[in-house]
Design a protein around this ligand. Structure first.
Ligand code: ATP
Length: 137
């Protein structure tokens, strides 16, 4: 598919990195098909990350993702899911390639600046979580 879903996470919005991150995403050839500023409740963050429920960091992840503003967006580009994961870099910024968004803007494996869907199926599910048909094109 040619779409993926992203969030600028609360660490990055709080540090004022949103503009620079969106700029890098657009310059890499992604177009924004939907976007919103919002804040998740703990319940909503828990539901979004339900797939990680059994992981030891789940509680920390839910706390963090509901701690501040996020920017959610649907992005379009050829080979969107894989190309976006290359653009953001490894989950742990210590292992991320030079020039990637996480290398530049992430502080730690938990507070890692951005989310990127890991499959076409999850990109569709995650986009539907945040956006109605009227909010995207
Ligand atoms: P994302 O799904 O956000 O794009 P990812 O696919 O690179 O991230 P996952 O392994 O799916 O990474 O983990 C989901 C999120 O959980 C990570 O982005 C990070 O915020 C958090 N996380 C992962 N591992 C840890 C950890 N060891 N400690 C704390 N938080 C973690």
């Amino acid at each position: 598919s040619n779409r993926t879903f992203t969030m600028v996470k609360p660490d990055a919005t709080g540090k004022g990195y949103t503009g620079a991150i969106l700029d890098q995403i657009i310059k890499a050839g992604f177009s924004i098909k939907a976007m919103k500023w919002t804040k998740l409740t703990k319940e909503q963050a828990g539901e979004f990350y339900a797939v990680h429920k059994e992981r030891p960091f789940y509680g920390e992840l839910v706390e963090f993702m509901s701690s501040g503003t996020i920017v959610a967006a649907i992005l379009e580009k050829e080979n969107a899911v894989a190309d976006f994961r290359t653009l953001i870099g490894a989950t742990n910024p210590a292992n991320a390639e030079e020039g990637t968004i996480r290398k530049k803007f992430a502080a730690s494996v938990g507070e890692n600046a951005v989310h990127g869907s890991d499959s076409d199926e999850n990109a569709a599910i995650e986009g539907d979580f945040f956006f109605s048909a009227l909010e995207r094109f």
